[in-house]
Design a protein around this ligand. Sequence first.
Ligand code: FPP
Length: 233
Amino acid sequence: MEKSLSHVAIIMDGNGRWAKKQNKDRSFGHYQGTNNVRNIAIAAEAMGISVLTLYAFSTENWKRSAEEVNYLMKLPAQFFDAYMKELMEKNIRINLIGHFDRFPIDTQRVLKRAIERSKDNTGMVLNFAMDYGSRDEIVNAIKDYTADVIDNKRANDLSVNEFSDYLMTSEFGDVDLMIRTSGEVRLSNFLLWQMAYAEMIFVETHWPDFTPNDFKECVKQYYDRDRRFGGVK
Ligand code: FPP
């Protein structure tokens, strides 16, 4: 039935295990994982996908060692220094969902600059979920909605579609396809509302090894599936 593919979300898992397999530090896995963001973003853009949302840092990732968190905070600079020029040439717009203001000032500056530089681009949106957690997002949406009702900005008559407008993804809508790498089969607090009808694909490959061809294979599987949205064919 529904065969369009607009919004793809990826849980980029397995950087640490990938590095460990070759007796390297976890940070080397994150380094290669960041380079792979470029490969998959370019492939997604070429395939005409409208929005690619990547889970880059969860609200739970603060629990990692200070050393690892510090390293993760440097990834945006690594990424945009290396690839921003190419992303601009591809007309890709950078967006962020998550908290943002809890990051070190330098990291915030790098992210703001990428968003600002690309804000007029009209091609694919490369949407990073950073310091993002879906339950946190939903609770904040409820607070915003309640405030609007209390302030008499609207009636207490919320619909499902209107609730989506209170989420950080209001501009992008539901997820069509979710891919998680590295063999774990769970959602880890990622876009829970937006994935109500998403097709999900879990692959064994660790994120740094996940190639554009693997990505294309997932998209092919998506098109082979029969999306019924609770209806009958
Ligand atoms: C999960 O692997 C991966 C992360 C927590 C970080 C993902 C971030 C990137 C790949 C780059 C982000 C890029 C930008 C520009 C912000 P893991 O460490 O949980 O792996 P493990 O499960 O094997 O330990």
